[in-house]
Design a binder for this molecule. Structure first.
Ligand SMILES: CC(C)(COP(=O)(O)OP(=O)(O)OC[C@H]1O[C@@H](n2cnc3c(N)ncnc32)[C@H](O)[C@@H]1OP(=O)(O)O)[C@@H](O)C(=O)NCCC(=O)NCCS
Length: 143
């Protein structure tokens, strides 16, 4: 499949996951992002359940975004996506995964901690939304 068609296909998968915000990335942003061969998309056998987008940089993976369908949360889907990423990393001889998460995102922080991610630093006022500024935790998992 041509590269553009392949990216369009994953963009459809990405859009098909229902979330409560309207801030989905635009198709043009997505197409540009995925021109970078180090960016990859992770989904499960049922793509509508959720997605994860990550980047490989040298010898580490970075989670850029991750979400599960708003009506299917707390059923282990986020954990499955991250477990799949960890298994991909091991096969790829990558032994560190990093990510940024808002300190207010209790669900995500708890999930990452449960999977062995540790907080390593903080970025002050990194997020800015309707509730104002919030700090980001930088978390890593080394295995
Ligand atoms: C964060 C998110 C991906 C979690 O996905 P999920 O499929 O619901 O996660 P899981 O079912 O695998 O949950 C794993 C663990 O995370 C924690 N967790 C998940 N949701 C939680 C919540 N609402 N409150 C507290 N802890 C929560 C729990 O420890 C849970 O284990 P348990 O259910 O056995 O107690 C999902 O809530 C989501 O898509 N949120 C919006 C997007 C987002 O915030 N992405 C992360 C960006 S960094």
């Amino acid at each position: 499949m041509r590269k553009k068609n392949r990216i369009e296909k994953i963009y459809k998968e990405y859009l098909s996951v229902k979330e409560n915000n309207l801030n989905k990335w635009s198709e043009s942003f997505f197409l540009k992002l995925f021109l970078d061969k180090n960016i990859f998309f992770v989904s499960l056998n049922r793509p509508l359940d959720g997605y994860l987008i990550a980047r490989k940089t040298l010898d580490e993976y970075e989670v850029l975004t991750l979400a599960t369908d708003i009506n299917k949360r707390r059923r282990g889907i986020g954990t499955l996506l991250l477990t799949k990423l960890i298994n991909l990393a091991k096969k790829d001889k990558v032994f560190r995964i990093i990510l940024e998460v808002s300190e207010n995102n209790i669900a995500a922080v708890s999930m990452y901690q449960k999977l062995g991610f540790k907080k390593i630093s903080k970025r002050k006022n990194y997020y800015n939304n309707s509730e104002g500024f919030s700090d980001a935790h930088i978390m890593e998992k080394i295995f």
